[in-house]
Design a protein around this ligand. Structure first.
Ligand SMILES: Cc1ncc(COP(=O)(O)O)c(C=O)c1O
Length: 443
């Protein structure tokens, strides 16, 4: 597989050119460790193409990615999945569709809805694991689609979620087809799913649009992501949609990283992934007598269900960090240890040793039981509340008031209460459980 972006940047950095263009660092790094990176960091000079109007090296590289993921079209994002989500929702807004979404969304989705003035019909999980994760019944989305009474809709679902929990994308796509509703998947955590033996990627299971954060599970720089479509309808429209929100100065280092990742995906990914998956399964079996791992997660999220063990995940996280092992997330109810498709195999042995070396950390329960998923009533549109005047108050004083700013613990950035919703007792308990002491309310 060729690497047109990397080749161009390397050649440019290697020639003694006079850089009469941005960026202002002129290829010179202030720190030795970054010499190579600054030299490759350029702007849209002749031959370098342009991300949102691509027709040269960027478009060639994106076509490589599209063939690797098996999509109708794949485009690059230097603004993470956040920019891809904005683009997907812009397309829905253009088609005047109602958005039906599973509530365990990332805040990027809410912010995009607020910017675009999209109101959301929420579907709540039937079984929940704190606010981070839940299991949805596809039939609940079907009921919501049926209730649209002829209005055009779309379905938006997060899978895998922050803890790796997967939804039934094939069934959701089957339902969506019946109602001619596009299925949009936030697959930020699942770029690797296109390279597992089993077909698990949303593009393979019938989704129309999906975003993958390449930086989460593939060997890419932070902020690199893909927006994919499997549908003729959206082909050719992705860049226009993303260009509505994205910077006109996307980073060439990130584009280069996505370009080079294509070589990894072609040559190595399937093999390393299958080895990592089997090593991780082996580790879970070995530690299974002591730790409870969440089921139904994708293979790279090792999620310890500390709630089910009666442990406090935060204390477990502290012990791991003291041994030099930094988890992706260590909350009271769960600890998420995130592997990559390019994880060195020794890491799994080191992780096993670290987990084996931790002491029991029973949950003292002093902050109360993990809360029930709040389902606050909506009193105002999300956009109106987010754009109205607000004040910050202590959570206890917020009972009965309308939430102005989306309140999320970050990570994992899954909202507890959303702008426009009335804050009730259960919402306050949940906010307190996640350590949130203040909230913005509409004046
Ligand atoms: C489920 C989910 N969706 C979307 C995002 C946003 O992705 P990015 O950080 O690549 O913009 C995140 C980030 O953590 C996420 O967890």
């Amino acid at each position: 597989m060729n690497t047109p972006i990397y080749d161009f940047l390397r050649k440019y950095a290697g020639n003694q050119t006079l850089r009469m263009h941005m960026p202002g660092h002129k290829g010179m790094s202030p720190a030795e460790e970054l010499y190579g990176a600054y030299a490759l960091d350029i702007t849209e000079i002749t031959g370098a193409d342009s991300l949102f109007e691509a027709g040269g090296i960027i478009s060639e590289s994106e076509k490589n990615a599209s063939s690797l993921f098996g999509t109708e079209e794949t485009v690059y994002s230097c603004g993470g999945s956040t920019l891809c989500i904005q683009g997907m929702l812009y397309l829905m807004k253009q088609e005047n569709r109602c958005v039906i979404a599973g509530r365990t969304v990332h805040k990027a989705f809410l912010n995009a809805c607020i910017l675009l003035g999209l109101e959301v019909i929420w579907v709540y999980p039937r079984e929940e694991k704190g606010i981070l994760s839940g299991k949805y019944e596809p039939e609940d989305f079907e009921k919501a689609l049926a209730r649209l009474n002829g209005k055009e809709g779309c379905v938006y679902i997060t899978s895998p979620d922050y803890t790796g929990n997967m939804q039934d994308i094939a069934e959701l796509s089957h339902i969506c087809r019946k109602y001619s509703a596009p299925l949009l998947v936030d697959n930020a955590h699942g770029a690797h799913l296109a390279f597992t033996e089993e077909k698990l990627h949303p593009m393979q299971l019938g989704a129309d649009l999906c975003c993958d954060s390449a930086h989460k599970v593939l060997p890419c720089l932070t902020g690199c992501a893909y927006l994919h479509t499997s549908s003729e309808r959206y082909k050719g429209r992705l860049k226009g949609a993303m260009g509505m929100f994205g910077s006109t100065s996307p980073s060439y280092l990130m584009l280069c990283s996505l370009d080079l990742c294509n070589v990894f995906l072609e040559k190595q990914c399937r093999k390393t992934l299958s080895e990592i998956i089997s090593d991780a399964e082996e580790m879970k079996k070995t530690l299974g007598g002591r730790y409870i791992f969440r089921e139904n997660t994708d293979h790279l999220h090792i999620t310890i269900d500390t709630s089910a063990m009666g442990w406090d995940g935060r204390r477990l996280g502290e012990q791991l960090e003291a041994m030099g092992c930094y988890p992706e997330y260590a909350g009271r109810e769960a600890v998420v240890l995130l592997l990559s498709a390019a994880e060195p195999w020794e890491d799994i042995l080191l992780l096993e040793a670290a987990l084996g070396g931790c002491e029991d950390v029973p949950d003292s329960g002093y902050e109360g039981e993990p809360p029930v998923f709040p389902k606050p009533l909506q009193a105002m549109s999300m956009r109106e509340a987010a754009l109205s005047g607000s004040e910050t108050v202590n959570v206890r004083e917020a009972i009965g008031r309308i939430c102005a700013g989306v309140k999320v613990p970050c990570p994992p950035a899954v909202p507890i209460v959303i702008s426009g919703e009335v804050i009730d007792e259960n919402t306050v308990n949940t906010l307190e459980f996640y350590g949130i002491k203040e909230v913005e309310v509409v004046i």
